[in-house]
Design a protein around this ligand. Sequence first.
Ligand SMILES: Cc1ncc(COP(=O)(O)O)c(C=O)c1O
Length: 355
Amino acid sequence: MLLDAARETVAAELGARPDEVVFTTSGTQANQLGVLGALFGNHRKGRRFVHSAVEHSSVLHAAEQHEAAGGSVGTVPVDRLGRVDPRRFAEELLPGTALACLQSANHEVGTVQPVAEVAELCAAAGVPLLVDAAQSAGRTDIPRGWSLLTASAHKWGGPAGVGVLAVRKGVRYRSPLPADDRESGRVPGFVNVPGAIAAAVALRAARQEAERLNPAQHARIARLRAELPALVPDLTVLGDPERRLPHLLTFSCLYVDGETLLGRLDRAGFAVSSGSSCTSSTLTPSHVLAAMGADRGQCPGVAASGLHGRGHRAVPGGAAGGGGTGAGRAGPGARRRHRHSAGGRGGGGRGGGRS
Ligand SMILES: Cc1ncc(COP(=O)(O)O)c(C=O)c1O
């Protein structure tokens, strides 16, 4: 009963039918099952999988597995803002394409993808489209036209360890795992019922708050995007200035000690992460930044940082004006120190290795 209610709530908030929605253990599991299960279910169409170059690692790893098993993969490039061109996406939908995948918004730079346009082109080509809505579900409307939809509860303020996979009625899906009849045969094992209930309650609350929060967050980030480069030398703001998530800002800075800057921003009230956008030990840009055209030279010191502004203090006083240029700004020597300290944390820094 409680699980049914949670499913109904999540379905209603995501624009799905309750019988289309199953709960998974994470957004990662939702993507992996979604990709492999849809490819399996649609194998009669062919064995080609098409995705953008900036998808979450869970999609890329599923693609690698598909390729290792004899399938083929087409990767759609993005522009310098991290956005795919729908016409370029359509060019990859060659005969034999069984599934395409596009995220609603990017997890590193916040760029919103033209999902509705791509969905129309996929529909015209007869290719089902998996939309990874992990970054936007609960904050902005779910784009039209998905065949499969994935999301992650901790992204909307729900518990970690709960993901959502929705498969539109009529879309072919076959579990890539051994049989188990729970969750419509799509996710094996017992559902985390308390987690699913908490996820549903949090999603409804997030959606109710979004209308009020989004404009303020969007404006705050716009101000930071405009002012930070003038306040902090050698700072580059990344991602699309307009078509972006309301709450997320990513920038890279030369010659700044990442840990020090994170500490200062944290104390100023910002949720900041660093490290997932670059492999800090080698200063190699993440696959997202690399796809956007970053090279090694663009990824020193602080690799990239996200400011997740939900309920945090308005700026830029504390973040940049109050100490941005002084916070850990230590000249080129800091690059070496950062490289060493980040390497000692397993090469990822905070949030590293996740994306
Ligand atoms: C776009 C995107 N997809 C999938 C995931 C995976 O979600 P989870 O952390 O629940 O495994 C994330 C998490 O960062 C994400 O940002």
